[in-house]
Structures are given as C-alpha cells and as structure tokens.
Design a binder for this molecule. Structure first.
Ligand SMILES: Nc1nc2c(c(=O)[nH]1)N[C@H]1C(S)=C(S)[C@@H](COP(=O)(O)O)O[C@H]1N2
Ligand SMILES: [Mo]
Length: 199
C-alpha cells in the first residue's frame, strides 16, 4: 500500500495521488493537470458520460488515418494497419469539467511513433488533430513534444472492447493532462505544423 494515511493526498511532482476510496465518477470538478489517478478503480463502460458528437457512423473498411503537414513522409493507414502496431495501453481519467468524469483502460498506439516515422520537419512544434466530418470537423491542437512523449496517444479500444460509436469509433485521442474537450473522437487526420503558440 502506497498510502499510509487514508485520505491524505500525496504530492507526486505537481500531481496529487488521489486515494482509492474516491470514485472516479465524482471528480468532474478537478483539474487533470493536478491529479494522479493511479489508485482509482476503473469505471464500468455503462457509467461513462458522453459529450458532444455521439452518433457519427464511420465505415472502418473505408476509413484512413492521414498524417500530413510539416513531415517528410506523409502517411495514410487503415485500422488494420494501426492495430498491427505496438500496443500502448494505459488507465487514464477523462474529465469533462463540471459535467462528468470516468477512469478507463485505453488501448491503442503511439501517435508519437507514427509521427517519428513521418519525420517532422525541423521547425515543426505543433500537432493538430481533426475528426471526420468534412464540413465541421472537431479540431484540437497539441504540442509536438507532448505527443512524442506519449502524453497524448490514440485509442481504438476501451475497457477491453472496440471503441463504442458514442465514444468515437474507430479511433480517439487520449490526453490525460487535458480536459475531455481535447480528446477528439472519430479521429481522421493529424497535421504537423510550425506555429509560435498553441491554439
Ligand atoms: N469529434 C468530437 N470529439 C469530441 C467531442 C465532440 O463533440 N466531437 N466532444 C469532446 C468533449 S467536450 C468531451 S468531454 C469528450 C467526451 O468523450 P466521451 O463522449 O467519450 O465521454 O469528447 C470530446 N471529443
Ligand atoms: Mo467536455
């Protein structure tokens, strides 16, 4: 047992390790940058909340993940190709601020490794992730450095099941240091660029 005093919040760098008696679904008021979920139980799938788009139908046989922008070698990969890559599996807490939270086991792959394969150009420092939907895709920006460090990755399974449609089938962002808003569902495209600032 790591916790000698039940209920005490220990400092782990800037992240407080939350005690195991806290329920992952009661943490919607917390800031993901300040907490550590290592002692929390996994939330069952039926207790997950959803936010925003929940009903996009993606045909996995036609879907591709495109990597483009400031890279030497743009990539286009099928779901089968992505699932053949080394697996990245982590328990990460999602917080939709003030609305819901849940702790899940996400299984997928390293976007950082994909980007290394695509070879970002020297000046590149930003990664933009877009969802499917030609007219109004969801668009979120990350630092290249956090993607290369696997702080941001891509998941095709949650709690041992293929990602349900409402949670972004076939592929979504997992970004434990970010609020849920940045966890793009129905990912289609990753564009690398060089910008002075995030956003
Ligand atoms: N494509 C897309 N991704 C999205 C959204 C959306 O509306 N469209 N909503 C975001 C928000 S605000 C949150 S909190 C999380 C919620 O993920 P969930 O619906 O799987 O719980 O998805 C994020 N990703
Ligand atoms: Mo959200």
């Amino acid at each position: 047992m790591a916790l000698a005093w039940p209920g005490r919040l220990w400092a782990a760098g800037k992240h407080r390790i939350l005690p195991s008696h806290l329920k992952a679904t009661d943490l919607a008021q917390m800031n993901p940058k300040s907490i550590d979920n290592r002692n929390l139980a996994i939330t069952p799938l039926e207790d997950f909340g959803t936010m925003g788009q929940t009903d996009l139908a993606v045909d996995p046989a036609r879907w591709r993940l495109v990597i483009d922008g400031a890279v030497e070698r743009p990539l286009s990969l099928s779901l089968t190709e992505l699932k053949a890559r080394p697996v990245l599996e982590r328990t990460v807490l999602l917080i939709c601020p003030g609305v819901f939270s849940f702790n899940a086991r996400w299984k997928g792959l390293s976007l950082g490794a994909l980007l290394r394969q695509a070879e970002p150009k020297g000046e590149a420092n930003r990664v933009t992730i877009l969802s499917v939907g030609k007219k109004w895709p969801k668009v979120e920006h990350f630092f290249l450095r956090e993607v290369l460090a696997n702080e941001v990755f891509l998941a095709y399974q949650v709690n041992g099941r293929d990602l349900p449609r409402k949670h972004g089938f076939p592929l979504r962002v997992v970004a434990g240091e970010h609020y849920g808003d940045d966890w793009v569902k129905y990912v289609a495209r990753v564009t690398v660029s060089a910008k002075g600032k995030k956003g």
